[in-house]
Design a protein around this ligand. Structure first.
Ligand SMILES: [Fe+2]
Length: 446
């Protein structure tokens, strides 16, 4: 990788983080009043992130171009940042916002006023071309620049976005649902679990049509301080494994719903701990560990939910004999759904990028998982490794001969998955020659 590419990827990462914090800011305003410490600290973080993006250059502006389902920067899609940005994109789309610009000098207070303006249904009128400039000025939003559709150059979104769009919409809908559920649970409201089941049903239909499309989104570096991306990815992994195991449609639905909701108890964890960047102290970890019990309590209150979801929320940090937390009074064995969700949960956590750690490769994650004391149900862990493999479906790779491809299936040999070549669209297996030669995977592309 050249020096310039390194700078680019660091800059893209900083922009991803800024966009993600904008999304979290909108969610926080669903659960906290603007004057609370949580919100005030968050907008200060956002202002700090912007300074990092702009590298303290006083004349610069970060411009984000918005299509209906993706956020772009300088004509490049920010796929990772878009995955959880459903609410931000929807608000901007409804208001015909095509470009958002954030200029150097943006203050925390300005960010807060802009987020409040953007999310307020009674301020929809402000986004009319005749009013917008005046409204931004009257609200002191000097460092926020908004271009509406019709005021900007033609849409830059090309064929690649069109190809990603259905899966992206599905992923965003799941992340969006979890963000909304988090807010509902904070307020003690009932969750709409029928929506969760509907989303899992639609995800299964997508997987029937194109098995690797949704999982390929799970391989993007999705900045995820909010953990909803984690739950979406756990659900996609669980569905993938359940399908490979030949589970019935009804079982797949129950497994996917349980996986999607397994961390709902995190809504009762204080934001300072939930959003903490870095390792938790021993006391903070003890608080965090309560999310399993809280999750089961929240789900017990819901009507029409299969009990397997309650079990998975309660047991997903327990080993196959019930070791781990929350320690039950009497010993018992978690259900098969709980055991599968646990495997997917730990694998996802190990292979995801977190602010304080790098992502492990699947091979490294399996090594850690096989060594964990009281770890996993051995049958589920073995089946997981076989069906997810060393190069999970959706992973983008480069093979020798300098061709790029995406993994579309696993075979007997975990180093030789089935691939779709990106240049020709042909499906090939690495167990057979390609263009007259046996080929190997040279690099996993991020
Ligand atoms: Fe958890």
């Amino acid at each position: 990788m050249s020096g310039r590419e390194r700078i680019d990827s660091a800059e893209v990462r900083a922009i991803d983080l800024f966009v993600h914090e904008l999304v979290v800011g909108l969610v926080l305003l669903d659960v906290c009043a603007p004057e609370t410490d949580d919100v005030q600290m968050h907008v200060a973080t956002l202002a700090h992130r912007l300074r990092q993006v702009l590298a303290d250059e006083k004349s610069r502006t970060l411009a984000l171009e918005l299509s209906e389902n993706e956020i772009w920067h300088e004509h490049r899609p920010l796929v990772g940042a878009s995955l959880q940005a459903g609410a931000l994109l929807r608000l901007c789309h409804e208001r015909r916002v095509a470009t958002l610009g954030f200029a150097a000098g943006l203050t925390p207070d300005e960010i807060l006023r802009f987020l409040l303006l953007l999310r307020s249904p009674s301020d929809l009128w402000a986004f009319h071309p005749n009013h917008l400039a005046k409204v931004l000025e009257s609200r002191g939003l000097r460092h926020v620049h908004v271009l509406l559709r019709g005021q900007e150059p033609p849409d830059a979104a090309g064929g690649a976005e069109a190809a990603r769009r259905p899966a992206l919409r599905r992923y965003q809908a799941m992340a969006d649902y979890l963000q909304r559920s988090h807010a509902e649970a904070v307020h003690g409201h009932e969750l709409d679990t029928a929506i969760a089941k509907g989303l899992v049903e639609q995800a299964l239909e997508d997987m029937d049509r194109e098995p690797s499309s949704l999982l390929s989104l799970a391989t993007y570096d999705d900045v995820d301080t909010f953990t909803v991306g984690h739950s979406v990815r756990v659900a996609l992994l669980a569905l993938h494994v359940a399908r490979a195991a030949g589970a019935s449609r009804g079982q797949q639905l129950r497994i996917g719903t349980a996986a999607l909701l397994h961390d709902v108890g995190k809504s009762r964890i204080p934001n300072q701990i939930l959003f903490k960047q870095g390792r938790l102290s021993r006391e903070e970890r003890a608080v965090m560990m309560q999310h399993a019990r809280f999750g089961a309590e929240i789900l017990l209150e819901q009507k029409g939910l299969d009990p397997s979801a309650i079990g998975a929320a309660y047991c997903h940090h327990m080993g196959p004999q019930g070791h781990g937390y929350p320690g039950p009074v009497l010993p018992f064995e978690p259900s098969g759904v709980s055991k599968l969700v646990r495997v997917c949960d730990v694998f996802e956590a190990l292979t995801a990028v977190r602010p304080y750690k790098r992502a492990l490769s699947p091979l490294e994650a399996y090594t850690v998982m096989f060594r964990m004391e009281h770890g996993f149900d051995p049958a589920w862990l073995e089946f997981f490794v076989k069906s997810v493999g060393l190069y999970p479906d959706g992973t983008r790779v480069r093979i020798d001969g300098d061709r790029e491809a995406v993994v579309v299936g696993q075979g007997e040999n975990p180093t030789k998955p089935r691939l779709r070549l990106l240049d020709s669209g042909a499906e090939v297996s690495l167990t057979e020659p390609i263009d007259g030669r046996m080929r190997k995977i040279q690099q996993v592309l991020s």
